[in-house]
Design a protein around this ligand. Structure first.
Ligand SMILES: Cc1cc2nc3c(=O)[nH]c(=O)nc-3n(C[C@H](O)[C@H](O)[C@H](O)COP(=O)(O)OP(=O)(O)OC[C@H]3O[C@@H](n4cnc5c(N)ncnc54)[C@H](O)[C@@H]3O)c2cc1C
Length: 255
C-alpha cells in the first residue's frame, strides 16, 4: 500500500455541513468509477485516513471528493479547514462494491443516495460505459434541506452539458427529494418507491427485477430499508464476486 500526496487545487463549501474539494492526481492512482479510497491528513506526524468515494470520473486528470463536516470528527474537524495548496494523503488502493461490473446486464440503472452517499454516483453518471450498459440512468438524491443538494446545477444540466450530452444522450434522469423543508418533491425515497410514484415521475416502467438494476449508498437505515424493498421486489444482492440485481455501500459507519 502506497500513500500518495496530492495538492488541493479547489474547495467549495456547500453548507456548514458539507464541502467538496479537488486535488492533483498521481498517474499511478487508478480506480473504477464508484469506488472509494482511504484519504486524509497527516496529523501529529501520522496519517489519519477515512474512506471517501471518488466524485470525479476516472477519465479526469484530477480527483474530487465530497465531504461531511462532523463536529469533533477526528478527520473532518480538520479537513474542513483545508486551503488551496495543502497536502492530502490518498491511499493508492481504491476498492468498493458500487461498480457497474458487479451488476448483471440490464435495462435501467437506478442509483439511490442520501447525503454524501451521492459521491460515488457522481463518477458513475459521467462514465460513458454506464450508458453503453444501460438504457436509462436514474439518480436520486435525498437530503434534509435543499441547500444540501450538492452538485444540483451540474446534475440538472448534465444532459445539456457540452461534453456530457454526447455521453448521456438524454438518457440521464436526476430526481431529488427533501425531507425537512418545503420543496417540489418532499419525503423519503422509500415512500416514493413504495407508493410507486417514483417510476411515474421519472417516466420509466415500474421496477422489474428481471430487467432493472440498482445501486444504493446512504445512511445505515436508508440502505437497510432499500435493501428490503428491492429484495421484496425480487432483486438479489450482488458483490465484487457475484453479479446481482443490486449493490450497496453504506456512505459512512454509524457508531
Ligand atoms: C465505504 C465508505 C465510503 C465513504 N465515503 C464518504 C464520502 O465520500 N464522503 C464523506 O464525507 N464521508 C464518507 N465516508 C465516511 C468517512 O469515512 C468518515 O466517517 C467521515 O469523513 C468523518 O470522519 P471523521 O474522522 O471526522 O469522523 P468519524 O469518527 O469517522 O465519524 C463520526 C460520526 O459521524 C457520522 N458520519 C461520518 N461520516 C458521515 C457522512 N458522510 N454523513 C453523515 N454522517 C457521517 C457517523 O455517525 C460517525 O459515527 C465513507 C465511509 C465509508 C465506510
Amino acid at each position: 500500500m502506497a500513500l500518495l500526496k496530492e495538492k488541493v487545487t479547489s474547495i467549495h463549501h456547500w453548507t456548514d455541513k458539507t464541502f467538496s474539494f479537488k486535488t492533483t492526481r498521481n498517474i499511478s492512482f487508478r480506480f473504477k468509477n464508484g469506488e472509494f479510497a482511504m484519504i486524509g491528513l497527516e496529523i501529529d506526524g501520522k496519517p489519519l485516513l477515512r474512506a471517501y468515494s471518488v466524485v470525479s470520473p476516472n477519465h479526469e486528470d484530477h480527483l474530487e471528493f465530497l465531504s461531511i463536516k462532523v463536529p469533533n470528527g477526528p478527520l473532518t474537524s480538520k479537513l474542513q479547514h483545508i486551503k488551496l495548496g495543502d497536502e492530502i494523503i490518498v491511499n493508492s488502493k481504491p476498492t468498493g462494491t458500487l461498480v457497474c461490473d458487479y451488476l448483471m446486464p440490464g435495462r435501467n440503472l437506478f442509483l439511490f443516495s442520501t447525503g454524501t452517499g451521492l459521491a460515488p454516483f457522481m463518477s458513475i453518471v459521467r462514465d460513458p460505459e454506464t450508458y453503453e450498459k444501460f438504457e436509462k440512468v436514474i439518480l436520486t438524491h435525498t437530503v434534509r434541506t435543499s441547500n444540501e443538494l450538492a452538485y444540483i446545477d451540474l446534475l440538472n444540466n448534465l444532459n445539456q452539458d457540452e461534453i456530457y450530452s454526447e455521453i448521456t444522450k438524454n438518457n440521464f434522469i436526476y430526481f431529488n427529494t427533501v425531507t425537512r423543508e418545503k420543496w417540489e418533491r418532499e419525503g423519503r425515497i422509500t415512500d416514493w418507491i413504495l407508493k410507486k410514484e417514483l417510476w411515474k415521475v421519472v417516466g420509466t416502467d415500474d421496477f422489474n427485477p428481471e430487467l432493472d438494476r440498482v445501486m444504493i449508498c446512504g445512511s445505515e437505515s436508508m440502505t437497510f430499508d432499500l435493501k428490503k424493498i428491492f429484495e421484496d421486489l425480487g432483486s438479489k444482492e450482488g458483490s465484487t464476486k457475484v453479479q446481482g440485481g443490486f449493490v450497496i455501500e453504506k456512505a459512512f459507519a454509524e457508531k
